[in-house]
Design a protein around this ligand. Structure first.
Ligand code: HEM
Length: 554
């Protein structure tokens, strides 16, 4: 064999630098014409295997090579020329010839998404960085990655998110398909999404919500009662309690399984794992190809893999029971099917993540705002006190028609959206032309930065002011363009659980201000919330400690 290899002069080819460089250019062409993010493990392993093969070949068949070190040198030179050419070609192309070259943005962002990582570190508040970039480049459109744009324009919303949009969900969504299929949220096929979404919509229609309401009321009641036990303590970590509540609600309404966290007053172990597993998302959102490698090798992905297993177990247990009250999975599971379709595991995980941290983060910010502004808190309390004053506890149903209360929740979501960076879409092959005639080329990834847009003075007068009245007749002129308000996203992929979320948030807010005067703990200004909140696609909100003083109700 080695005689044959010698005779073919392969060793000369391996030593040919022009050939290695040409292969580098060819690889760039191939990588540039396909979606490789979720195949990064294949790309990487093919490089490693090729390198190992070259070393072995050199050692076995090149008469000029007498040691492993010599073989490593020859193969290393070929690899260096190949990779050097590939990287140089990619960087030059991205910097000067890419179809997005005309859009302003930091130079580093043109070259690699690793640039975004440098902006994520150390605060993990990329949404503020994006806001800063739009201001710095004085542009609604900023290039935030080699083939990625941030588009902060309300006029562009219908084209990117509207019902008739030609944009699709981007590669960002498909990272874990190979493990458990797609959830309704991660499904990139419009047809598949449409069919599954129909079932989800039934699970959240008016009738279903009415059925869930008693459970929601029970959990809100339990929360307030538990908080009463901690009233007058110098410090209550309200952010934790809100979190316990939102997860208990989701477990119960989702799978008829309460985590019992409010009752225990501590975080369930699996939820702890969930939060740990979300933390790397601050970074992985920008480098999906690394996530693909982590999930396949298990390296650094233990928490997320454990949480996936847990989701599947919860679903298996749910399948065995027939709950007394209807729940979300009562709609999603087919009683005639013995098996659980694989993708429902992803849906189970989705329900817990999408339904809990989002509401919990909004409520924590809301309480933070109430503590920051006692006059605001007093006004909310006055409004709430006028609703069914004869009742000891207000049910979600009692709060369905209070514009000021909705205004409070809306303002919390406007100034502190739970998905601050927005959601990722990809333009169709032919590209799209925005209303101002800006052409966005095809296969461009677009994020519409919710945080930035909801704080934009073009869309909201006095945008940084927490002003519930802007959502009522009292000051409706403070909303200039309502389209820019999209905490639940918009269009066919918008949040299917938004009505339930509103019920939860109204319920906790109203009953909290009814029961307590809420203030920051002595010597604290709640700054841990803005300081420690981390963008993990949704947000891991900073801890909030408060003092709860029971109200004397005559
Ligand atoms: C303040 C609370 C909430 C906020 C701010 C929020 C926000 C969002 C956003 C921005 C999306 C779009 C995600 C994307 O396109 O990538 C979304 C989707 C979704 N949300 Fe929510 N959400 C909240 C509460 C809930 C609740 C309580 C549930 C369930 C009970 C829920 C279930 C879902 C589901 C299933 C989707 C995927 C919908 C689809 O792709 O068709 N969310 N949510």
């Amino acid at each position: 064999m080695s005689e044959f290899l010698r005779a073919t002069h392969w060793d000369e080819l391996i030593r040919s630098k022009p050939l290695a460089a040409a292969l580098g250019l060819f690889s760039h062409y191939v990588l540039n014409n396909g979606e490789w993010d979720n195949s990064s493990h294949l790309v990487l392993s093919s490089w490693v295997l090729t390198f190992a093969g070259l070393v072995a070949f050199e050692y076995a068949a090149d008469p000029r090579v007498t040691s492993i070190l010599g073989a490593l040198q020859v193969a290393g030179t070929a690899a260096a020329v190949y990779l050097g050419t590939l990287i140089a070609s990619i960087l030059v192309y991205r910097a000067f010839f890419h179809r997005l070259r005309k859009f302003p943005g930091p130079f580093g962002a043109r070259l690699s998404k690793l640039y975004s990582i440098s902006r994520v570190t150390p605060k993990c508040q990329y949404y503020t960085e994006i806001e800063g970039m739009h201001k710095e480049y004085k542009s609604d459109i900023v290039r935030t990655g080699p083939r990625e744009l941030s588009v902060a324009s309300a006029d562009a919303i219908p084209l990117i998110h509207g019902p008739m949009t030609k944009c699709t969900k981007s590669v960002w969504y498909s990272g874990s398909y190979f493990l458990e299929g797609s959830s309704v949220h991660t499904s990139r096929s419009k047809q598949d999404h449409r069919e599954r979404r129909k079932i989800w919509e039934r699970a959240f229609n008016a009738k279903a919500l009415r059925e869930y309401e008693p459970r929601l009321n029970r959990h809100a009641y339990a929360l307030i009662e538990r908080l009463k036990e901690h009233a007058n303590e110098p410090s209550v970590r309200i952010s934790n309690w809100i979190n316990y509540y939102s997860f208990d609600v989701m477990g119960d309404i989702g799978f008829s399984r309460s985590f019992g966290m409010v009752e225990k007053g501590q975080e369930d172990d699996q939820i702890k794992k969930l939060h740990q597993s979300m933390a790397p998302m601050s970074y992985l959102t920008h480098i999906t190809w690394v996530e693909a490698i982590m999930l396949r090798t298990g390296f650094g992905a233990k928490d997320i893999l454990d949480f996936m297993n847990w989701g599947s177990n919860v679903l298996r247990e749910r399948k065995k029971i027939t709950p007394a009250e209807n729940d979300v999975f009562g709609w999603l599971l087919d009683p005639n099917d013995e098996d659980i379709p694989r993708h429902l595991n992803a849906d189970a995980r989705l329900l817990v993540i999408a339904g809990s941290d989002t509401t919990a983060a909004t409520l924590t910010w809301l309480v933070y705002e109430l503590c920051k502004d006692p006059a605001l808190q007093a006004r909310v309390r006055k409004v709430v006190d006028e609703i069914k004053p004869e009742k000891a506890f207000l049910y979600a149903d009692d709060l369905a028609d209070c514009p000021y209360l909705d205004g409070v929740v809306n303002e919390a979501m406007r100034l502190h959206p739970s998905v601050p960076g927005g959601v990722s879409r990809e333009t169709p092959r032919e590209g799209l032309t925005l209303p101002d005639q800006t052409y966005i080329p095809g296969e461009t990834l677009i994020w519409m930065p919710i945080y930035t847009m909801q704080r934009d003075a073009r869309y909201f007068r006095d945008p940084l002011k927490f002003m519930p009245e802007r959502w009522t007749d009292e000051a409706s002129d403070y909303i200039i363009d309502k389209r820019a308000f999209m905490p639940f996203s918009t269009g066919v992929y918008n949040c299917v659980g938004q009505k339930l979320a509103m019920m939860e948030m109204r319920s906790v807010t109203a009953n909290l201000v009814r029961a307590f005067e809420i203030s920051f703990v002595e010597g604290d200004d709640g700054s841990s919330v803005p300081r420690d909140t981390k963008d993990v696609f949704t947000t891991n909100v900073g801890s909030l400690d408060v003092r709860l003083t029971p109200r004397r109700r005559d």
